[in-house]
Ligand binder design. Sequence first.
Ligand code: 6R9
Length: 535
Amino acid sequence: MNVENIAYACLTRFVENGEGSREALHWVDTDLSEQIYSFEYFDRESSRVAAILKQLGIVPGDTVSIFIPRSPILISAFFGVQKAMGISCILFGTLGEEGLLDRLSNSNAKIVITRKSLLRKITAIKDKLPALQQILTIDHDDHQSDSVLSLRKLMTETDPIFDYPRWVDAETPAFLQYTSGSTGKPKGALHVHGALGDMRQSFRDIMQLEADDLYWCTADPAWITGIVYGILAPFGTGARQVQYSGTYNADNWLKTLETLKVNIWYTAPTALRMLMQEDENKFTQHDFSSLKRMYSVGEPLNPEIYHWGRKVFKVEIYDTWWQSETGSMMIGNHPPMTVKPGSMGKPRAGVEAFICNDDMQLQPDGKQGLLCLRKGWGSMFRTYFHNEAAYSDKFKNSIYITGDLAYRDEEGYFWYVSRADDVINTAGHLVGPFEVESALLEIEEIVDVAVIGADDPLLHKRIIAFVKLRNDQTWSKELELKCRIYVSNKVSTTAIPAEFHVIDSVPKNQSGKILRRVLKAIYEGKDPGDTSTME
Ligand code: 6R9
């Protein structure tokens, strides 16, 4: 089956329909200065990027990694890769060397688009990346060397004309989204051009924007929410949207909501919890009367934040549940549904969600178990890039096992319980304990280590590291700092443990697997339960 190329459906189509000058993005900078960009602007700029990529040897199926912060140029670069029929992979600037190396090597990135301040991280690992041919920077005026070229300069020298296939096979790879598992390296969920249909449909069904509504998704484009509901779904449906350049900033966020008259706001529980800590007067100083609805994703929207948010913003808050792998919202709340505070809502039209036990038997309502989805929706990931085994592990026959525990009530509402695996959801970021442990084990003072997540009032979970020290070593502030910096440089700043605890030995089972539940129980002061399989 053929579908529109993502870049055609999101950009060129508007230009061809005579709607090119329509507002695609209202950009707000950290100093609150504003800039409006049209569909035509992104169509033009992405054509320049595509022409440059082709000139540099990118052919269909090649990976181009985008390692720059949220910005209009990131959007042009993403669509440029789509026009060149490459696979785009947007990465967080917070990644450390090892985290970056894992993703760039697994994705076989041929070109990385980056900026001056992040260049050092790439040059440090360049020798370990045989597939990497070229680095392009967005903020150098001139080329730095044969392998580090200025994208900015190339853009000024390139015509905004690029002929690309408007129609592509629905299964054509479009982008990779890396996500952490409980074991092994991060996995790249591969999404295809055919996924856009579900992304648009879910956006229409759940967000329900009316003609002139202004929409704001606060998610970073390196996160699945930022790429799907910050770029693809709003562009693909021609929505008016605003984006704020920086990360969380209470004053600027509240001002943006008020002055731009945002109508529909998609954000995350951690952001709401951070806002909840601000002085209450801040909220009464602003007029949020343009706001019609709020939506949330990424972590459980606890009743406490839900009620606070409703009180302060005076609108309903609709929680939504989905994953990097599902490509679009699977379960959610939306008008005219009645929201049950704390529930993720119901599967959207066309999605079949249910609860199974470990033997994949369907569970009755009220009973907790594995949250599963019937395979086959359009935006489903097509594989984990170069890791078919991990992909197969997520399926039993035609059923996708999400990795979350949940239950369904008699009225068909789903309730999140926890992760079924060891992945730690800290401030909406999924962190694999294995990646943090591997980094810490490289520190000479440490001989063994185990990492778990513990409940946190702000972050949902915070990362706790248990370390066993070499015999002649003692714990110190200096060593703690060394560990923190090491994890930040190696893995990512989001993976830095909040606490370190020294232990005599790491509890493991007879096959050497870390018994994280034992550590969790010890940490929480509870009975560790059955430890009969311990070493
Ligand atoms: C979109 C996104 C997916 C995991 C998911 C679950 C957690 C997402 C949630 C939620 C409770 C919600 N999660 N939405 N937990 N309530 N409404 O977050 O993708 O980064 O891949 O994370 O996030 O554990 O399995 P991703």
